[in-house]
Write a protein that binds this ligand. Sequence first.
Ligand code: GTP
Ligand code: MG
Length: 605
Amino acid sequence: MKNIRNFAIIAHVDHGKSTLADRFLEITGVVEKGKHEEQFLDRNPISRERGITIKLAPVRMKYEYKSYNDYNHYKSYILNLIDTPGHIDFSYEVDRTLSCVEGVILLVDATQGIQAQTVANAYKALEKNLVIIPAINKIDLPQAQIEKTKKELINFLGVKDEEIYLVSAKTGQGVEELLYAIIEKIPDPLGLTQNLAERSRPFPTNISDSQYLQALIFDSYFDQHRGVIVFVRVFSGQIKKGQKVFLVNAKVEVTVEEVGYFTPDLKEADQLAAGEIGYVVTNLKDIHQVDVGETIIDFVGNGSSNPQPLPGYKKIKPMVFAGVFPTDTADYLNLKKALEKLYLNDAAISFSPIYSKALGSGFRVGFLGLLHADVVCERLEREFGLSLVLTPPQVEFKKDNHSYLEPYVKLTIITPSKYLGDVLVLCQNHRAKFLTMNNIGKSDSIQLNYEMPMVELIADFFDKLKSVSSGYASLDWEFLDYRPVLASPLTLLLNGRAIDEFSEIVPSQKAYEKASFLVGRLKELIPRQQFEVRIQAAFLGKIIASARIAPFRKDVLVKSGKVLGTGDVGRKRKLLEKQKEGKKRMKMVGDVEIPKEAFLKLFRR
Ligand SMILES: Nc1nc2c(ncn2[C@@H]2O[C@H](COP(=O)(O)OP(=O)(O)OP(=O)(O)O)[C@@H](O)[C@H]2O)c(=O)[nH]1
Ligand SMILES: [Mg+2]
């Protein structure tokens, strides 16, 4: 165990975590330099296309360490790295990662300095008592502000200048020194650091020397042929093929089919021992029995001998909800199965069945934010071959007798001081309540704390914040509580018929603004139909906004005024097929045809 180091890379989005991981993988010979894709650990195609990490990614590396001081000190280490996403919508991946490691590299982009998720993720690591190695990245860039970023880190973490590592994940400069720091500064899985022979952090349970198996499930996915595959951190004991184990919370017995570690592909091994990170093939076909945060222990016959669960994880609460419907109503069960399987790989979603008059049977799915909603739906479509309609993601209001309560968040914004004025005005316009303001380090970065209604946050606040600060301000939020608000349903009508899917509760103060925005947007998004379409918005029994779309006749069989004759059957069929294909991307709402994208685009500006 002394030769194992488990660590994660955490940072604000885009500060270079996955690129740094590439360099580690090259130095340790997992991949060959110049022969792999950039951000090698971002393996999901959606992640690659969007250039952001959406999943935690574990990988095991081997490294031959030679001490600088003592050349006889030559040892082979196993380094388990977990790369994490930086975007706040995937923060649950970070939460789960941090329970599996003893230390982290906190990476800060030298051109950006400390940003909101730098702070949020660092606090998470501090809370877990992890060793934090601060590193400044992108020092190769001419606009890098190394000294300023250093000052921010010194002030924020209370570290010394010489404890901060300077690297370029792009060129590899300083990366090997960082590997040395991981070995020297991050404790082994028993909590012992190399130099100080003392426990630097309490062991997660009090049976650290136990022979009994205790492994924490931190991620999972469903494999068509092998059933549920879980990712584990073993805290004590061992786990190997053929062993009978027990899931403490689900109370099910499982015979282990295979164990191994990440290369990052799955590589079979004889066993996983205490301190290691790897995977377990369970062959469980009933996917409801496995949950992240579950503890695997030895099977002790009916689970009778007082099994010890590890602390596991706080369940995360989705804050944004949308209806998800199959375009083809016959796909309902496929959607259900897809959601269940996806849940194994993304425990941050929640779902429950709903029915809509216009869209049929579907699910009300909870997400952590709009990007998360977008990514989940794209994964459902691509990984499970579904075609879906998503109603506009909304925040959940609670009804309390005749009044409404709305969710509030605690908002943290970090901005360079020169944009402060504009940021303050922006917050004011979004019903935010100012709490505190302070400087980060001796730099000109300012941290602002607010309380703000969640509904204000999810619409377009982030985009506006980016635009008033030329991209420099960043934000982090956390759910606070529900508070009373004067609000009512804003109903959208198409040709006099209320369309529930487009209706939502809005604060009275925002009703006019919202109504005219939605009506205007729908007018752009709904194509002309054979008849006139009237769009209206009603609030408290009054129509407060309206628009119309003029009718338009389009029959594909009438081309340049001439009806295609019977002799042209092939061509006629082709045109009809094409029209049918187009219709698949449409959805009938009432008697109006609406493109699928309209549902998602409606609330985006
Ligand atoms: N010049 C320069 N560019 C870098 C460096 N490190 C990363 N980048 C670039 O910064 C961008 C973001 O890098 P990623 O490694 O994807 O960042 P990340 O932190 O993994 O991003 P998320 O996982 O989405 O939060 C990419 O375009 C990288 O090529 C560096 O040291 N120097
Ligand atoms: Mg990344």
